[in-house]
Ligand binder design. Structure first.
Ligand SMILES: [Zn+2]
Length: 414
């Protein structure tokens, strides 16, 4: 008896952590959700989006973006990230209030619905844009956040998938792009470089990342409710992300805040509401690992609704419990972990941390006693050092170029 009990205890201790995991919906060709056609109401005008309980038609979406820029021309502009296979626009609302030009403002990026049928985040991001723009100058917390942060929000990364049947409905939305490709499995694998054809939606996204200095981002999905932090390509035992401890704190804060407003959420995969991606299910070619590795931008995959295509009348309920977490997550950019350096795209060898910083800089990946030179934006040498640790306390805030014998990198003085 005792022995059996021991075996039982052993089994539950060994498998207890994973027994509660559901198969990752992202990992398999998903079963299409049975959609109650009455549960999806479309907004054919911007006015019909007033209560945020509908999905916009494609034209309504474009008109919303156009009107925000027309209404708040000094606060925002629209970036065209690129176009889809069928020629639809991949857009991002870039929010950047005019402020002191010398003030360093880190860049933040939200992106949703790379899987075209995972549409909850699409409406959440539209509503976030609206909330930010209408709050500038009236809400102290949000005004301060916008003054200190450049925020780019891409509500719809895969428009062909979402409007697969027609521009007038999201009924029949599909996961894939118009060529049947899963975009979140077809970014280059940064760990095992192979020659592959990059889907045009992903190439546009890669170009957008390359043109910016995003330090923190999130990619929104649906089908589960869990914060999925890097890496997706490895289990946390095989290769933990260097900022894993920080990620768990950030995820915990996100989930705790969401549960304050909706207590029964983020519990369908783990009881904590978060997990290292590879511990859930290993995937390769996802955007998260590519962005984290290549651009040294900390990107989190947010699975925000158990239904991929949420009934439209439930959208306000999801906004209610998610909005404070979405906003707090943007603010996390101002307390990034010190051990994740800003790696230059020109060299994979040297890393600098903390970066951005106010004072001490440490450069790793250089031979002992190497010359390190720091140039300002005008190309003037401002510091030269043979020590891999030095101070930039006396420099003005801004962007600097660090030059070494093995490569160059950007340093940001806060
Ligand atoms: Zn997804």
């Amino acid at each position: 008896m005792r022995r059996y009990l021991f075996i039982l205890l052993f089994l539950s201790a060994t498998f207890g952590a994973t027994a509660q995991l559901k198969p990752r919906p992202d990992a398999f060709p998903p079963k299409p959700e049975t959609l109650d056609s009455k549960a999806i109401t479309m907004a054919t005008t911007v006015e019909e989006m007033a209560d945020w309980d509908r999905y916009p038609t494609y034209d309504t979406y474009l008109e919303m973006m156009r009107r925000w820029v027309a209404t708040y021309p000094t606060l925002c502009h629209v970036d065209t990230i690129g176009t889809s296979v069928q020629g639809r626009l991949i857009l991002s609302m870039y929010i950047e209030p005019p402020t002191d030009a010398d003030l360093y403002r880190p860049e933040f990026f939200y992106s949703s619905t790379i899987h075209g049928d995972e549409v909850t985040g699409y409406v959440m991001m539209l509503r976030l844009i609206d909330t930010l723009l209408t709050s500038y100058g009236t809400n102290v917390e949000l005004t301060s956040l916008m003054d200190r942060t450049r925020i780019s929000i891409n509500p719809l990364a895969n428009p062909d998938g979402t409007y697969w049947r027609s521009n007038s409905t999201i009924q029949g939305a599909q996961r894939y792009n118009a060529n049947g490709i899963d975009l979140n499995r077809n970014f280059p694998n940064p760990f095992v470089p192979t020659k592959s054809t990059i889907p045009q939606e992903n190439q546009a996204m890669m170009d957008y990342f390359a043109a910016h200095q995003f330090r923190l981002s999130a990619n929104l999905h649906g089908g589960s409710e869990v914060m999925n932090y890097p890496w997706d390509s490895f289990t946390s035992n095989q290769n933990p992300h260097p900022a894993a401890d920080w990620w768990r704190e950030v995820c915990q804060r996100f989930v705790d805040t969401a549960r304050t407003y909706g207590s029964n959420h983020f519990n369908d995969v783990t009881s904590s509401g978060y997990i290292a991606g590879g511990d859930w299910y290993i995937i390769t070619g996802g955007r998260q690992d590519y962005v984290n590795y290549t651009y040294n931008c900390l990107e989190l995959t947010m699975e925000i609704s158990t239904r991929k295509t949420l009934s439209s009348d439930r959208l306000p309920e999801y906004w209610h419990f998610l909005a404070p977490s979405f906003i707090h997550y943007i603010g996390e950019i101002h307390s990034l972990p010190d051990n994740v350096g800003l790696r230059s795209t020109e060299t994979g060898n040297i890393a600098i941390y903390p970066n951005p910083t106010t004072d001490q800089v440490t450069v790793t990946g250089l031979p002992e006693g190497s010359l390190i030179e720091l140039y300002n934006a005008y190309g003037h040498l401002v510091i030269s050092s043979f020590n891999s640790q030095f101070s930039i306390l006396n420099l003005k805030p801004g962007l600097y170029l660090l030059r070494t014998t093995v490569g160059t990198a950007k340093v940001i003085k806060r």
